[in-house]
Ligand binder design. Structure first.
Ligand code: SF4
Length: 1006
């Protein structure tokens, strides 16, 4: 069995020795390219004069003598046609007639005009006075069209689209605003249509649909003579528009040249059990075409060589645990296939990855395994999915929210942080500058940052952002944007990276800049009046709709394609991703103002048309493949991109390929255990990084050393992936610092205040060789000295939260800071009152911080940061006892079922784990008498005034000292630490509900 296009090439190569005056028409360029490859093969590599090979859109452009206008050109032309219609001069303003508001509905009007031409509808008839079509008002629009209408006519808050039409149904004398707007639009559609075409004609341009209408007019008027070909061959089409059908009919009926049976030949591909059968929607159009435009008799026996009576022998269906995991699965399967095929087979463009969801293009490219060789990309990719569109959007937001302050022009900190988080500012300014700016915002809790402040941190940053202040006109806005993008491109080019990622980024920026330049020309050409901010908004929104057209030429290596790009082409092995309903087939959201009743009446396709022609593409695409792999997102209820499997997959499973599907659920196939996609394998690089936790002076790595701590290991026991990102990769997941005192800052302030109340400066932050005795009198004196407590609180808030120094420390607290300061002072008083009951007691240290090297049974010595809030000695029922105190401001979680729960997962045991770690480290440190049976207590500062003592509880037992648990905990802790180095991967949290609040969620893709 040979590919369909090869059979057509074989038929012509066997019948004709010279095809130089033949023209072959294909649905798209890519199929023409494959046809030429096969034709060369059929010619045995001998040189020959090539036939003309055209996509149908190039053919109609050539015949009509016109060029299709770009989307941007059409929008501007339609806008000015609209203004002319309203009688507005260049500088006239009218409410709601600015370009930005027009753009919202202009694109839909253009799509409707395009279809009117493609289906040869009479614009004057279809856009007749709406009063002739009163039924439009209620019963004949699809739900989607109603949504579109509601969106475009200003009211989007309808929960039920029918409400929109209730408004519309109002009696004539009570015409609602909504209905008035719709009537207005409908009445101007015909004049707009004609006005636009006049403008386009005068420029030698056309809509795409207009090209077909004009081409038809030309072939009807001039006949065969207009076509410089001996024969035209139409290959591989499916559903035809009215204009295409009419053009093909003209071609079919033209007088053949002497020696030929026909002037035009037609070849249709309807192979396989689905398409060769009748009575199914997939084959409906192609069957009708075969009847109207039969294939030439002389070629039928060769064409049959490409016939296949059966479904592909291997159809594998893979359930993926998530949307993004699909590309990883595809990468793994491709790698396996690569090992099974010869170099020649793989290089010969016989393997394709088909992406019905364009969102997966870049992830797929980044997931291709090494050693894939050439990769050829053919698909349209919306600019909005590239990095450049969000970058422009963030720039626009910075500009829009820029404000005047006493210190000059300033940016809101959240806008700036978001902007700086984008990769392009990193390329432009360097990550160190960005860290400094973020550090400055954090340190001083700045709500806004002025250009002067930015200049003090980095002149480059100031110069980048000050240019936003100099934007005065729309052209300034575009020029400035273009300059910044050019700088980004140069910075990326300088990066020593030949990575696909960088090359793609650069090409996206270039495409965006081209569109930006065209927008600039159009603004000048049409003298379109708008504010500078509007121009930025337009760039942000309008250009996001442009497409990057990837059109690979050389037919070698792996083919990565969109669904439509596979038309007429056959592959030996196909990987189809996103085999989910609403993606395969893509749910058609009809952006049209023309109701379905009118569409049907005028021969235009109804709104579900796109879905019905998809079936043909799908079954044709898989019909000749030897192996088909369909991967789908098996989660349910996770939004548009997950859930139900594609109807085609169900049809294969239950109708067309029963008992032939091999189904795999990748949650169970990889290993006995389900490794979550978020898990991180310990690559050699990561293992190298982990060495920084090991104390090994001989390795000379001590300047880059990292420390374990009670809180980092607490993250590890909850989610190893979280530990990996936070502690190994150093990603900061603290909540974004804000101008307000958050709970973390409040905790730090309280700790600091207690430290100052109990210990003089020279005794703070360390383990004291001789304890400080705290008597009842001493505590009473502190409690009575309200002024001192207030001053300490003020100075601590100013130092810890506002980062003030020296003479600014006594600055009175105001607003929210003052309220929080008072609340914290109350909590400090409650702690003191509690301590008063315990006094006298000995303090062995407050906010103790030391670095330890702990030897593990494996022989490793690991670095630890040992930090405890307070170590004291108190009288208990069992006598004097050493005590570790942890001040806690949040929820208390001190209960665990057993030691296993303390050591693994589960948030309930998290504070026990921390306290046990302190006690374990204290024992390891040595030199502290009584450390083995230390008491562990939490001071719950919100409840301490009740006198309640919070001790850990394991099972039914209150833990009064650590001694009884020390051995079990020590063994568990040592095994946990060795596991960090020795286990093959960092596992994600078992329970996904733990991920809800995790700030790493996006990064780890859970
Ligand atoms: S989102 Fe879940 S799996 Fe990912 S790091 Fe956070 S807790 Fe771990």
């Amino acid at each position: 069995m040979i590919p369909f296009l090869k059979s057509v090439a074989r038929a012509y190569a066997s019948r004709y020795s010279d095809l130089s005056d033949f023209c072959f028409l294909f649905p798209n360029k890519r199929s023409g390219t494959f046809f030429m490859k096969y034709l060369k093969e059929e010619r045995g590599g001998r040189a020959f004069l090539s036939p003309r090979v055209l996509s149908v859109s190039d053919f109609v452009s050539e015949v009509s003598g016109k060029v299709a206008a770009s989307r941007l050109d059409l929008l501007f032309l339609l806008y000015h046609t609209y203004r002319d219609y309203l009688g507005l001069g260049e500088s006239d303003d009218a409410e709601g007639v600015d370009f930005d508001s027009f753009r919202m509905w202009g694109e839909t009007v253009l799509a409707d005009f395009n279809e009117v031409d493609l289906y040869l509808a009479d614009a004057d008839e279809i856009f007749k006075n709406v009063k002739d079509y009163r039924e439009i008002a209620s019963n004949f629009l699809t739900e989607e069209q109603k949504e579109v209408m509601a969106e475009y006519f200003g009211r989007t808050e309808y929960s039920d689209p029918n409400e929109f039409w209730k408004d519309f149904d109002a009696p004539d004398d009570e015409l609602s605003d909504l209905r008035r707007k719709f009537l207005h639009l409908w009445r101007i559609m015909a004049p707009l249509y004609h006005g636009l075409h006049e403008r386009l004609d005068s420029l030698g341009l056309s809509t795409t649909g207009g090209l077909y209408r004009s081409a038809l007019r030309v072939v009807r008027e001039k006949g065969r003579d207009i076509l410089p070909y001996r024969k035209v061959t139409v290959v591989g089409f499916n559903a035809l528009s009215t204009a295409e059908r009419a053009i093909f009919s003209e071609l079919r009926d033209m007088e053949p040249y002497p020696g030929e049976d026909t002037f035009a030949d037609f070849f249709w591909d309807a192979t396989g059990p689905v398409l060769s059968g009748t009575g199914n929607s997939a084959s409906k159009f192609v069957r009708s075409n075969i009847r109207s435009f039969p294939c030439p008799e002389w070629a039928l026996h060769i064409l049959r060589q490409s016939d296949t009576p059966d479904m592909p022998s291997e159809i594998k269906v893979v359930a993926s645990p998530s949307n993004s995991a699909q590309v990883k699965i595809a990468g793994t399967l491709l790698s396996e296939l690569r090992g099974q095929l010869t170099q020649e087979e793989f290089n010969d463009a016989r393997v394709a990855v088909v992406l019905p969801d364009e969102n997966l293009l870049l992830p797929m490219l980044y997931s291709l395994p090494a050693g894939m060789g050439d990769v050829n990309l053919t698909m349209g990719y919306p600019l909005r999915l590239t990095s450049v569109v969000p970058f422009v959007s963030l720039l626009r937001r910075l500009h829009f929210n820029m404000r005047e302050t006493p210190a000059g022009k300033a940016f809101y900190h959240k806008d700036l942080r978001l902007f700086l988080a984008h990769p392009y500012p990193h390329a432009l300014l360097g990550s160190d500058v960005i860290e400094k700016i973020n550090g400055y915002l954090d340190r001083y809790h700045k709500a806004v940052i002025s250009l002067n402040e930015l200049a003090a941190i980095s002149e480059k940053a100031e110069s980048l952002l000050s240019s936003l202040d100099r934007i005065a006109t729309p052209l300034d806005a575009i020029d400035r944007l273009d300059e910044i993008l050019s700088d980004v491109k140069n910075s990326l080019t300088c990066e020593e990276s030949g990575l696909v990622k960088t090359r793609l980024e650069i090409s996206h920026i270039e495409i965006y800049r081209d569109a930006l330049r065209r927008m600039r020309e159009l603004l000048r050409e049409y003298n379109t009046d708008m504010k500078a901010a509007t121009a930025l908004r337009l760039a942000d929104r309008l250009l996001a709709g442009e497409k990057v057209g990837f059109e690979g030429e050389p037919l070698v290596g792996l083919q990565v394609m969109g669904m439509l790009e596979t038309r007429s082409i056959d592959f030996d092995h196909i990987f189809i991703l996103s085999a989910n309903e609403r993606i395969l087939p893509m749910r058609a959201r009809t952006r049209s103002f023309i109701p379905d009743t009118l569409r049907r009446a005028f021969g235009m396709p109804p709104s579900n048309y796109a879905e019905s022609i998809f079936a043909y593409y799908f079954y044709r695409m898989i019909s000749r493949a030897r192996g088909v792999t369909m991967i789908y997102d098996a989660r349910s209820g996770g939004g548009m991109r997950s859930g139900d499997v594609s109807r085609y997959l169900l049809q294969l499973r239950y109708l067309f390929a029963k008992d032939r599907l091999v189904e795999e659920d990748w949650k169970f196939v990889l290993t006995g255990k389900t490794p979550h996609e978020a898990s991180v394998d310990k690559t050699p690089e990561i293992l190298e990084r982990l060495k920084a936790f090991v104390h090994d002076p001989a390795a000379g790595n001590q300047d880059r050393s990292l420390n374990f701590s009670a809180s980092s290991l607490n993250s590890y026991r909850e989610c190893q992936v979280k530990f990996f990102y936070q502690s190994v990769m150093g990603i900061n997941t603290d909540p974004e610092p804000s101008e307000f005192i958050d709970s973390i800052s409040a905790g730090n302030i309280l700790h600091d205040v207690m430290l100052q109340l109990y210990l003089p400066p020279e005794k703070r932050g360390k383990l004291l060789p001789r304890p400080v005795v705290v008597t009842k009198d001493a505590v009473s004196r502190i409690l009575e000295d309200h002024e001192s407590l207030k001053r300490i609180m003020t100075r601590t808030v100013n130092r810890v939260h506002f980062n003030l120094e020296d003479d600014q420390l006594d600055r009175p607290l105001e607003g929210g800071a003052e309220i929080v300061g008072r609340q914290l002072a109350r909590q400090a008083v409650n702690i003191l009152r509690h301590d008063l009951e315990l006094a006298p007691f000995n303090i062995l240290g407050c906010e103790i911080s030391e670095r330890l090297h702990i030897a593990l049974p494996s022989g490793r010595k690991v670095n630890f940061r040992f930090a405890i809030d307070r170590l004291d000695e108190i009288d208990t029922q069992g006598g004097r006892q050493l005590r570790i105190v942890d001040y806690k401001t949040g929820r208390i979680k001190l209960k665990a079922a057993d030691m296993e729960e303390v050591l693994k997962g589960n948030y309930a045991g998290e504070q026990i784990f921390q306290l046990f770690t302190y006690a374990w480290l204290l024992g390891k440190r040595g030199g502290v008498e009584g450390a083995s049976d230390v008491r562990l207590e939490i001071y719950d500062v919100n409840k301490i005034h009740t006198g309640e003592v919070r001790l850990p509880v394991i099972g039914d037992n209150e833990v009064k000292d650590f001694a009884a648990y020390a051995d079990d905990f020590s063994a568990g802790m040592e095994s946990l630490l060795d596991g960090i180095f020795d286990n093959p991967r960092f596992e994600a949290a078992d329970d996904e509900s733990d991920c809800g609040m995790c700030r790493l969620r996006t990064l780890c893709r859970r």
